[in-house]
Ligand binder design. Structure first.
Ligand code: FE2
Length: 304
């Protein structure tokens, strides 16, 4: 009797989709996740925000030593669940505008939802994501993936701010580069409410700059706990003619090469545009000790 052939998972992507990712540096996959799963994350985020004491945020963003406290709150967030505010929700002294509710004031929740919250953890470790990283990873220098960061990204009606052109490898620097972004549209993202924009092929321009923790002497000189090392500013000198909007209906997954320049528009509409993003890096690449995102060594980033 002949032995049964080994079971093989059929590919998730077509050869054309893999080629498009290698060529463009991004891939838009409509309907990758179910609407019900998007709604579950929206509801879970609402619960987390509902349980949040706004005065705890006020102590971070409106104390006298505001910059320093806010820096620490951010720099310690790599292995925690922390809440970040929208700049337009704050008065010049750093306090919340009285007319803005805490639900409308938030910009982001980060950066370890995928490890610490059961609802986000389940979503973040769907087997299909491991398979996707296996199929697209080689184009982005990614093998043996580690899920290093998660962000629930609000784009609030009217006040949701623009995120300017950047590369994710600036913030999740590895040597060599290996970052891959998985961006899920939890609600329809359009040009009106702040969808993503990207430069097709821009991932071949190299890294523009690196974001890291400042050395003590730098912090003493500049007062800032974080520093950008400029490498090639031309990479992000992008004209409107070069970019394309990545319009994404609810349930769409946008995969972004870590070196792809991308941005998102402001939301001046009445419709929220919430998204969830995961970032993955390769276990085989060097992860510098002065990268902004650090985790407790007892609680390392895991794969899928
Ligand atoms: Fe990004």
């Amino acid at each position: 009797m002949a032995a049964a052939p080994p079971t093989q998972t059929s590919p998730l992507l077509t050869p054309e989709q893999r080629a498009a990712f290698a060529r463009d540096g991004f891939l838009v996959l409509p309907g990758f996740v179910r609407a019900a799963d998007c709604e579950a994350l929206l509801a879970r985020a609402r619960e987390l925000v509902g349980a949040l004491d706004p005065s705890s945020l006020r102590s971070v963003f409106s104390t006298v030593s505001q910059t320093r406290t806010a820096d620490e709150y951010f720099l310690e967030s790599g292995d925690k669940i922390r809440f970040f505010l929208e700049a337009d929700a704050l008065l010049p002294d750093g306090s919340l505008r009285p007319e803005v509710s805490k639900e409308r004031a938030l910009n982001k929740i980060g950066h370890a939802l995928h490890d610490l919250d059961p609802v986000f953890a389940r979503f973040s470790r769907q087997p299909a994501l491991a398979q996707l990283c296996g199929e697209l990873g080689p184009s982005a220098g990614l093998s043996d993936p580690r899920v290093v960061q998660s962000m629930y990204i609000f784009k609030q009606p009217r006040i949701g701010g623009e995120v300017v052109y950047h590369q994710d490898s600036t913030f999740l620097y590895t040597d060599p580069p290996s970052a891959l972004g998985l961006w899920f549209a939890l609600q329809d993202a359009t040009e009106e409410n702040g969808c993503l924009y990207a430069v097709p092929g821009g991932h071949r321009r190299g890294l523009s700059r690196r974001f890291r923790r400042s050395r003590p002497d730098e912090q003493a000189a500049t007062g800032s706990a974080v520093t950008f090392d400029e490498i090639d500013p031309q990479v992000l000198a992008i004209s409107p003619a070069e970019e394309v909007p990545l319009v994404a209906a609810q349930g769409t997954l946008v995969v972004l090469h870590g070196l792809l320049p991308h941005r998102s528009g402001a939301n001046r509409s009445e419709r929220a545009r919430d998204a969830y993003a995961l970032h993955v890096i390769s276990a085989h690449c060097r992860y510098p000790a002065d990268n902004w995102l650090q985790r407790d060594p007892a609680f390392p980033a895991r794969g899928f």
